[in-house]
Write a protein that binds this ligand. Structure first.
Ligand code: GLY
Length: 386
């Protein structure tokens, strides 16, 4: 395994703190400009109201940033804002139209429950896990994506943790079995031997047999859509914290090694690693931010010391790149997001080379972990790690 091709910057802490403050300022401005609005992507740097969503999956990221800011600042106004925006999402615990209930609730009701210990908040988390589990296809043994019953998405690996969480809190082995089956099916059908991933798997609904790999947001069925690979890396790592199953950790490590091997210097990937050189090989800063947060966790999960060093260094290198003027919007007047150069859906031309809500969230989450503000694998909150 090669070391990431750069040195960890030694002045990173003040730059991360400044980036955190900038992100808080951007979130504050958005809540004042457009109260009760949940952004998804910008157009020309401005959050687009009434934008085509493709699917409604991003509410937890905007509110989740408020929780991160509340935890850092300890300010009452941020706790109130975070609670208010989280409350606006509560009805989604019964939403059967999306596969994204982990994104929505683990980033909102879980920190809220952590802050207050109110059992009604945990009930919402358990309900959301139960609702997501209703997507289980018993023949194919996977949670179906929002697009069709025969479709499995790699993104669901980031959401399946809420089923593990609900299973644990409710003491429900049936829920846990569903979550475990989904992970094994995803590993078997979407994760390639080299650690790359396909975006989608298509199944035969009559027999439950896997038919083929496919994609919506990647370049091709057989390409490496970089965000999908980051979802898998982070998702399997998180699942491992619930299962302690070495198979889950091994997948996350394979994904991480493949991601890093395919990244350029600076570790910001193109939206698809197989996108040809030229004007359409656009960076996806959101894939980098997700990977930074997932790699940081993975460095605390892996049993291999050299891997741990490599993942930790890679996470810092990504954050260093994202704090540069090229990616951080601080030097771009009028820009409403935090990170520039994200990509939502290249083929639909939604949020291409723009800020995307999950990029901003996972960037802030990774910064919070590195600054010791959020607990993560092997590092309790309050521990300074830089
Ligand atoms: N829908 C998840 C993603 O765009 O990555």
């Amino acid at each position: 395994m090669d070391e990431p091709r750069a040195a960890a910057p030694d002045d990173l802490r003040p730059r991360l703190e400044a980036a955190f403050d900038f992100a808080a300022e951007q979130v504050r401005a958005t809540t004042e400009r457009t109260p009760d609005f949940f952004p998804t992507y910008t157009v020309g740097g401005r959050w687009k109201r009434g934008a085509e969503l493709w699917t409604d999956w991003c509410g937890g990221f905007h509110a989740g940033m408020m929780w991160l800011i509340a935890e850092r600042t300890g300010e009452r106004r941020w706790y109130e804002l975070a609670q208010h925006y989280s409350q606006l999402l509560e009805h989604r615990q019964h939403d059967r139209n999306v596969h994204d209930l982990g994104f929505i609730f683990l980033n909102t009701y879980r920190p809220w429950y952590g802050a207050t210990g109110e059992s009604r908040l945990n009930d919402v988390l358990v309900n959301a896990g139960r609702t997501l589990a209703l997507r289980f296809n018993p023949k194919g043994r996977y949670l179906r994506s929002f697009v069709a019953p025969e479709s499995l998405f790699i993104d669901i690996m980031m959401n399946v943790p809420i089923i593990f969480y609900a299973a644990r809190e409710a003491g429900d082995p049936g829920l846990r079995a569903i979550a475990e089956s989904h992970c094994r099916t995803t590993e078997r059908t979407l994760v390639r031997p080299d650690g790359g991933t396909a975006h989608e798997g298509i199944f035969d609904l009559d027999t439950g047999e896997f038919v083929r790999q496919s994609t919506h947001q990647g370049l091709r069925a057989d390409s490496d859509w970089s965000r999908g690979l980051a979802w898998s890396l982070y998702g399997f790592g998180t699942v491992y914290t619930y299962t302690q199953n070495p198979a889950d950790l091994a997948v996350a490590e394979r994904n991480a090694d493949h991601f890093l091997a395919r990244c350029p210097v600076g570790l910001i990937p193109p939206w698809d690693f197989d996108a040809p050189d030229g004007p359409h090989r656009i960076d996806d800063s959101s894939a980098a931010a997700i990977a930074a947060s997932g790699l940081w966790d993975l460095s605390g999960l892996t049993a291999d010391a050299s891997r741990a060093r490599r993942y930790r260094l890679a996470s810092l290198i990504i954050l260093d790149s994202l704090c540069s003027e090229q990616y951080l919007a601080r030097g771009t007047p009028g820009w409403e997001g935090v990170l520039k150069h994200g990509v939502y859906h290249f083929h639909k031309q939604l949020g291409v080379d723009e800020s995307v809500m999950w990029g901003d969230f996972f960037f802030l989450e990774a910064v919070a972990k590195v600054l010791g503000l959020r607990p993560c694998a092997g590092v309790p909150a309050g521990t300074s790690v830089l």
